[in-house]
Design a protein around this ligand. Structure first.
Ligand SMILES: *[C@@H]1O[C@H](CO)[C@@H](O)[C@H](O)[C@H]1NC(C)=O
Ligand SMILES: *[C@@H]1O[C@H](CO)[C@@H](O)[C@H](O)[C@H]1NC(C)=O
Ligand SMILES: *[C@@H]1O[C@H](CO)[C@@H](O)[C@H](O)[C@H]1NC(C)=O
Ligand SMILES: *[C@@H]1O[C@H](CO)[C@@H](O)[C@H](O)[C@H]1NC(C)=O
Ligand SMILES: *[C@@H]1O[C@H](CO)[C@@H](O)[C@H](O)[C@H]1NC(C)=O
Ligand SMILES: *[C@@H]1O[C@H](CO)[C@@H](O)[C@H](O)[C@H]1NC(C)=O
Ligand SMILES: *[C@@H]1O[C@H](CO)[C@@H](O)[C@H](O)[C@H]1NC(C)=O
Ligand SMILES: *[C@@H]1O[C@H](CO)[C@@H](O)[C@H](O)[C@H]1NC(C)=O
Ligand SMILES: *[C@@H]1O[C@H](CO)[C@@H](O)[C@H](O)[C@H]1NC(C)=O
Ligand SMILES: *[C@@H]1O[C@H](CO)[C@@H](O)[C@H](O)[C@H]1NC(C)=O
Ligand SMILES: *[C@@H]1O[C@H](CO)[C@@H](O)[C@H](O)[C@H]1NC(C)=O
Length: 769
């Protein structure tokens, strides 16, 4: 893939959308700048970004995508390098390395009915695709001759598709209920056969059914197995059925109206050559799927009207940021990042009710799933607080519902909890929202839940390793907590997996609990958690090496490569965002810490493709070396983000990769999220105007020359000079003015340590002379 190929295709696609007219309404330069192919990662090994070009509104329950391959853990359903489309999938797979759940699939075809995935692929060319957040179309070669033009849009719980058959044999549409599912990480030889159901109702022109596939069931907590979970669907067509039947693993039973079992689908044929189909989905029942269809896209609604509604929802969000001075390429990178940050967690309530996998029952209230908290507590959640504050009370209430029904706040919820990654960062999410002034959730229950995270060890804490993706165990939560607070002050590496990362992450979560406790005037708790936080943060600091190092139960060092998850001793030595002065002091003071940061970056140790490195470039600013932060941030933005298929260097991780870029482009980043302090970096463009939801006055960030001048010479906030490179949530979240003076060369602003270092160097040089 070259950048030119990608760019040309996109320009082509954009032109087609504009000429389609109906799909470019309401007008929105921001929405037109989204290129849903960015970050697909098609031809990078195992797909860096892993994003799919899906159509759906923000936070949609189901995202619809042309399916080019079977999706499993680490395999997204659309891969840019593929050349055939095997159907259109309503997916619930929230991230590349998570499993799919209860997807619905609609497959147009003509002539011989083909139900098997490997036999139904229709060749297409990217030149014949139009891709937007709200509307997608593609022209495909029908297998028996002629072509099928497929169009797709969606609301949160209903996919809307239209197929136009051009010079084909008899048109049909197949709806798939079940397929072979791989267990664990895409080992194609290790499969299960979930049993789906289908019913065909020619009088209602419906094919409905269920699909219980849930690939992550093997890593769910054993006490809440979501026993009766299923995805349900109800597809309703606008054309009468000419014939119909049920298909199973290549065997077609014409006129059948019911089926259940493995590898199951149903189909209908049509005399018409244009067929419109709406597919309601549900996690509650077929009836609810039908109800969702009637509520969100009632009979008689055109695909154009659906696409307009969904485009309007995106425009309402993306138009909130207006940029001056960005190239078209940078605008695509920026707005596509914005598009990526507003997808997860996703709605799983329907009509005010939701299926809970925790107690296998239907409840009243809001619910969301797809919580990648280890990733998103860093910057994605801060972005949601600013740009989707209307959702945050529901998202927290959903977490509290999980707590009530399963006993714990979510760590990585994918329908139910999954045993992936470490730490109880929901503590940080709740504290940050409360401190930012968000109300509308039960704060006392929230405190009870985070306090439980900080005080109650998981089951069999001294005998279960809680390895990543360990099967057959219960809730992992703060595995190793017994050792932290009962005897050692750290998670012991000879008892628990990922012990170094756990110790440092738990220390941050304690910090979050302390902040929330203080906010609620629970002063004894505030003192306890703050003390434990600041103590455990440095319990792994090996003063002899200057690095963090995991320790064994008896206190001995476990080895420099031991105990880290998705990072190494370099990244994790910087993982004390709540006490950067304490860390700098242990590393010999500010000047020495700056040298350590240089060694980290220049030695190639910074791995921006994974989250533990995300805050590190901003640490320079916190020790009097702001111009170095500015340099590093610009370099990472250039090397790790662009507007191509491979334009995300790491997994999108439910929006965290993109949230880093967006905050960085604005000129500030939440290094310590619950502090509500943002460390100032370097704004990328000439001017950015932001209309935060519910705020009357815009925030106007001016930084003339920003695209060419990466360094900050001075900053003022509402006319007052800012000398410390920190602004608070309160400083900007209700609008105002941030005025940067930019420079092409490093400036002394907020860089006293660098100034001192260079003075010392100069006087040392003079002595040598
Ligand atoms: C890609 O994934 C496979 C299977 O999970 C793994 O064995 C391989 O190491 C991965 N390759 C890269 C480059 O990450
Ligand atoms: C896309 O497919 C190519 C070729 O099979 C593969 O190398 C790459 O890892 C795939 N990308 C994703 C995101 O799975
Ligand atoms: C339709 O298909 C037939 C046979 O495949 C072909 O001969 C004919 O030219 C096609 N017509 C059009 C309008 O493409
Ligand atoms: C299939 O995967 C399951 C879950 O990871 C595992 O327990 C089982 O041993 C695997 N079977 C084979 C044959 O690899
Ligand atoms: C699960 O479904 C079965 C069969 O419909 C039913 O007997 C059982 O009570 C259900 N379990 C729960 C927890 O609802
Ligand atoms: C599906 O059919 C193929 C042959 O067409 C057969 O080999 C395979 O065992 C069948 N699979 C199942 C799960 O029945
Ligand atoms: C774990 O071991 C420590 C030290 O022996 C003990 O104090 C603690 O109660 C144990 N915790 C659990 C949950 O078994
Ligand atoms: C905490 O105490 C302060 C000062 O007494 C008071 O203003 C505030 O309302 C209290 N907050 C809560 C949540 O009780
Ligand atoms: C924590 O509390 C202990 C006991 O009161 C005290 O000795 C220690 O200095 C405190 N540590 C921090 C970091 O506040
Ligand atoms: C380190 O730098 C920070 C930020 O400039 C400053 O506030 C702090 O006083 C410095 N520490 C020392 C010991 O000089
Ligand atoms: C785009 O970004 C990706 C990932 O960061 C990188 O591998 C690729 O080289 C970049 N492409 C261009 C043309 O800059």
């Amino acid at each position: 893939m070259t950048i030119m190929a990608c760019k040309c295709l996109w320009v082509f696609s954009l032109a087609s959308v504009v000429s389609a007219g109906a799909f470019s309404n309401p007008p929105s330069d921001a929405v037109d700048s989204v290129n849903p192919l960015i970050g697909n990662g098609g031809d990078t090994p195992n797909g860096s970004g892993g994003m799919i070009p899906s159509t759906a509104p923000p936070f949609a329950m189901t995202r619809w995508v042309a399916q080019t391959r079977q999706n499993y853990v680490s395999v997204p359903p659309y891969n840019y390098t593929d050349t055939a489309i095997h159907g259109f999938q309503g997916t619930h797979q929230p991230a590349i390395w998570m499993g799919e759940s209860g997807q619905a699939v609609v497959v147009p075809g003509a002539g011989t009915v083909r139900d098997k995935f490997e036999e139904r692929g229709m060749r297409f060319d990217h030149a014949n695709e139009v891709l937007t957040p709200s509307y997608y179309d593609v022209e495909m070669d029908a297998i028996d001759g002629g072509s099928i033009f497929a169009e797709q849009s969606a609301t949160s719980r209903v996919g809307h598709l239209r197929f136009t058959y051009k010079n084909t044999s008899t048109p049909y549409v197949l709806v798939q209920a079940s397929r072979a599912s791989t267990i664990g990480s895409a080992d194609p030889s290790n499969v299960t056969y979930p049993h789906g159901t289908v019913t065909v109702d020619p009088s209602r022109r419906e094919i409905c059914g269920s699909n219980p596939e849930r690939q992550d069931f093997i890593i769910q907590p054993v006490s809440t197995p979501a026993t009766n979970w299923s995805g349900y669907f109800c597809a309703r067509f606008d054309q009468p059925f000419a014939s119909w039947g049920v298909a199973q693993n290549g065997t077609l039973t014409k006129d059948a109206i019911k089926g259940d079992g493995a590898l199951l689908s149903a189909w209908a044929t049509f005399e018409a050559t244009t067929v419109d189909v709406r597919v309601g989905v549900s996690f509650i029942s077929v009836e609810q799927a039908r109800k969702n269809l009637d509520t969100e896209i009632p009979d008689g609604t055109s695909l154009e009207a659906t696409a307009h509604k969904t485009r309007t929802a995106w425009a309402e969000k993306l138009d909130r940021i207006q940029i001056k001075g960005a190239s078209d390429a940078d605008k695509q990178t920026f707005y596509t990042a914005f598009f990526h940050t507003l997808q997860y967690p996703y709605e799983q309530d329907e009509d005010g009710e939701y299926y809970s996998g925790y107690d296998d029952a239907v409840h009243v209230g809001p619910s969301y799933t797809g919580y990648s908290n280890w990733d998103t507590y860093r910057a994605e959640w801060a972005w949601l607080i600013l740009f989707a504050p209307e959702r945050v009370p529901g998202m927290i209430t959903s977490m509290l519902n999980d707590y009530k029904e399963g006993g714990w706040l979510p760590m990585w919820k994918n329908i139910v909890e999954t045993n992936i990654m470490v730490a109880t960062h929901a503590d940080s999410l709740v504290a940050q929202a409360a401190l930012a002034g968000i109300t509308g959730f039960d704060i006392e229950t929230a405190y009870e839940a985070v306090r439980k995270d900080g005080t109650v060890p998981p089951q069999n804490d001294n005998s279960t390793v809680y390895a990543d993706r360990e099967e057959g165990v219960d809730y992992e939560v703060r595995a190793g907590l017994s050792s932290v607070y009962e005897y050692s002050g750290f998670v012991a590496n000879d008892v628990h997996s990922e012990s170094g990362s756990r110790t440092l992450d738990y220390s941050y979560d304690d910090w979050a609990i302390a902040k929330l406790a203080a906010h609620l005037n629970k002063s004894a708790d505030a003192v306890f958690f703050e003390n434990r936080s600041l103590t455990t943060a440095f319990s792994l600091f090996n003063a002899e090496t200057g690095f963090m190092e995991a320790r064994n139960k008896d206190g001995t060092w476990a080895g420099q490569d031991e105990g880290w998850t998705e990072g190494d001793m370099w990244a994790y030595t910087f993982d004390v965002v709540h006490d950067v002065p304490g860390l700098a002091e242990r590393r010999g003071g500010n000047a020495s810490f700056v040298k350590f940061l240089d060694e980290h970056f220049d030695g190639g140790h910074n791995d921006h493709t994974n989250e533990p490195s995300h805050h590190i470039p901003y640490l320079y600013s916190m020790v009097g070396a702001a111009s170095k932060s500015q340099e590093r941030v610009r370099a990472i933005a250039k090397s790790d983000y662009n507007n191509t298929v491979n334009g995300l260097s790491g997994n999108e991780d439910c929006g965290q990769m993109s949230a880093w870029y967006l905050f960085s482009a604005l000129g500030f980043y939440p290094v310590d999220p619950v502090s509500l302090e943002y460390v100032v970096g370097t704004p990328f463009f000439d001017k950015i105007t932001i209309d935060f939801p519910g705020v009357k006055r815009p925030l106007v960030i001016t930084s003339p020359g920003g695209p060419r001048k990466p360094y900050v010479k001075s900053l003022s906030l509402n006319g007052n000079a800012v000398s410390v490179p920190v602004i608070t949530h309160a400083d900007f979240a209700s609008g105002g003015k941030l005025d940067f003076v930019m420079s092409a060369t490093p400036e002394a602003w907020a860089s006293s340590t660098l100034v001192e270092m260079s003075q010392k160097r100069r006087s040392a040089e003079r002595v040598e002379l």
